[in-house]
Each structure stands twice: as C-alpha cells, then as structure tokens.
Design a protein around this ligand. Structure first.
Ligand code: CA
Length: 241
C-alpha cells in the first residue's frame, strides 16, 4: 500500500509539467498531470484524493481562476498553489478571490515551489486535525455565528458556512481589531499582504460576501459596519453599535 501523497499539476507547457513531475517524484510524491482545464476537472471529479494542486493560470481552455472557483463552489478545499506568468497584483487578488491558497510567479525557483507545497499540505493537515491537545481553540462568536479559527469551520445558527482561507483571515483580523475602524488600505496590507495596491474595491467585495454569510440582513449590516470615508468596523455585539 502506497502512502505517498499525490499531487495534481495543471500546466499546459509539457516540458515544464514534465520537469515538475520529475522533481516532485524525487521528493516522493505521486504526480498526475493535466494539460488542460477540462482534463483537470475530469481528474478532480474522480475519486482520486490530491494533497495539493499546482495550477497554472493560463490554460488553453478553462483558465486557472475559473477552475479554482469551480472547485471551491463544489466544496473541494484541496490546497491550491497558483502559477502565473505575470507579477501583477490584479492576478494575485483574482487568484486569492478565486479561493487559491498561495501564489507563485513564473519563473520561480523549484525549491520555493517545493517549500510552498509542503507548507500548504502541512497547514491543510493541521486544519483537519480538530482540536488536538496542543491546538489553541480560537473561536470567534458574534450574532448567530460561531467561527472556529483552529479548525477553519464556520457556522451560522448551526448551519455550516464555507469560507475561503482569505475570508477566515479577514474575519480574524477584523475580530482582533473589533470596535476600531480599519481602513481598506490597512486591510489590504495586513490581510492581503499588498502594499500600495490601488484597487480597494476588492476589500468591499469581500466585506459584501461576509455580510451575505453572516448578517441577519445583508443590506443593513450590524456586524461588518461601513464607516463612511474611513473603512470598516467589526461589531461583535450589535448592542454595542
Ligand atoms: Ca500556461
């Protein structure tokens, strides 16, 4: 019985895909390659379990963003490391919005990709082990929401809510700063790790998503409150607003 971890590499440049396969095999991974988005979707629909997916953005058919979005909306939370040819903040943001866990710009150093894959697998492994003896149970509660940051599970009135890693990170940052107004710029720097990024709309899009999940009435937010001209304020207890 093989206990090797299996990776899926989605990359249409055959020589690059073959090189990655060779190197990951030497690191003791099993590797499948898909050269199109469609082939990747087929493999991902099969019972094969992947420890991580290395996903090129530019594919001949379905692009990597669309594939990642599709995966997440189907409830598949396998770690995704995206590869892109362009070092643009727009791509990074789009990748993270699509639900990718990490992001690497081509050309990259193989060692860095290996390290990132390892770290994503380790993190996913921790996330699965609920409340082991050494895990610190960080639970954020507000309204009817219960968000367990150690298991990355969220519920509203007992119903599970699926969030991306970035949505968890955003909630955590807002909760750490509850009651204080945080600017979009600060959120981009602290949560998205983007400096001097001009498009603050991406923050608004994410706040809108959190409101849809967690506000009793998304149009009348009481927890994720807008402060005009300043940013957002997280208010755990609506009575304190
Ligand atoms: Ca490509």
């Amino acid at each position: 019985m093989s206990r090797k971890l299996r990776l899926l590499i989605v990359e249409d440049e055959s020589h690059l895909a073959a090189g990655l396969k060779l190197n990951f095999s030497l690191e003791d991974y099993e590797v499948d390659i898909a050269e199109t988005g469609r082939e990747a979707a087929r493999l991902l629909a099969s019972p094969t379990r992947y420890a991580a997916i290395i996903l090129d953005v530019m594919l001949p058919d379905l692009d990597g963003f669309a594939l990642c979005r599709r995966l997440r909306s189907a409830g598949n939370y396998t770690p995704v490391i995206m590869l892109t040819a362009r070092d643009s903040s727009e791509d990074r943001v789009e990748g993270l919005e699509a639900g990718a866990d990490d992001y690497l710009v081509k050309p990259f150093h193989l060692d860095e990709l290996l390290a990132r894959v390892r770290s994503q697998i380790r993190r996913a492994d921790w996330d699965q082990r609920r409340g082991g003896p050494s895990s610190d149970h960080e639970v954020i509660r507000f309204g009817r929401a219960v968000i367990d940051m150690s298991t990355l599970e969220a519920q509203v009135a007992g119903q599970a809510v699926h969030l991306t890693r970035l949505e968890f990170d955003l909630i955590r940052y807002l909760a750490m700063n509850a009651g204080r107004v945080v600017s979009r710029k600060e959120l981009l720097e602290k949560v998205w790790k983007l400096r001097n990024y001009p498009n603050t709309r991406t923050v608004d899009n994410f706040i809108a998503r959190l409101r849809r999940h967690f506000e009793p009435e998304a149009a009348k937010p009481i927890h994720f409150v807008s402060v005009r001209g300043a940013g957002y304020k997280f208010v755990p207890d609506a009575n304190d607003a």
